[in-house]
Design a protein around this ligand. Sequence first.
Ligand code: ADP
Ligand code: MG
Length: 262
Amino acid sequence: MTKVLTVEDLTISFGTGDSELTVVHKVNFTLEAGKTLALVGESGSGKSVTSLGIMRLLSPSQSRVQGKIVLHSDEDIDLLSLSESRMRRLRGDRIAMIFQEPLTSLNPVYTIGDQIIEAIRSHRRMSKRNARQRAIELIDQVGIPDAEHRLGTYPHELSGGMRQRIMIAIALALEPDILIADEPTTALDVTVQAQILELLNRLQEETGMAMLFITHDFGVVADIADRTIVMYAGEMVEEGSTETVLERPLMPYTSGLMRAVP
Ligand code: ADP
Ligand code: MG
């Protein structure tokens, strides 16, 4: 196994003094290349804050992030002590992220082609022409037909599932070691959800990236995750292989989540 990220005692709070509120408490896990870890929990359990903390996307004036986040590559990189400029480079390079609603992540006034090409060129030096060619390959890779023609379309011209595919193409443009997916299928209907999960599985096989897959919906973890962590009120209440968590949940809370209709 190749470890790509280690999170140790990650603790995140908002506010200061008397009004300080801890919303993530001593979260521990490792991500391995080619494997998917699911973070599952009810709304408000601290899943998104955990991922934003890892990406260092929480405002330092409003939040406190403690613990250790180490990215393993040729050398170990301690993300919490990295300068903002190095962190920014690393975010556009090693760790990519996709969210629930691609319409708010895509810029409505730029074409799909321009947005993918920009992502490619922010990551590596490439002529416009080669980047355009690469964009066509990426659109094709995420399963959108007629890739060349899509370059000139705008986000609103695509369905929700297609937009999520484009967000995945933009994430792949960075050739990330790690993809953090925060409820990427929650806004989609069930058939499209299944297609996106299938796509993510295929891309993981092709690229060997590690995935952190966040969801409140236990229904999807069996299809995507090797291991599963259950979160409740900012704490990890359960962890194990997805099979074990699904078959032998330790907590009534977990069984409740499994029964909940999303
Ligand atoms: P979820 O598991 O649904 O993704 P979140 O991680 O978004 O939950 O939120 C965890 C808790 O942290 C919630 O109680 C939320 O209200 C709180 N929270 C999230 N962001 C902030 C913020 N910027 N300032 C203060 N509290 C926040
Ligand atoms: Mg969330």
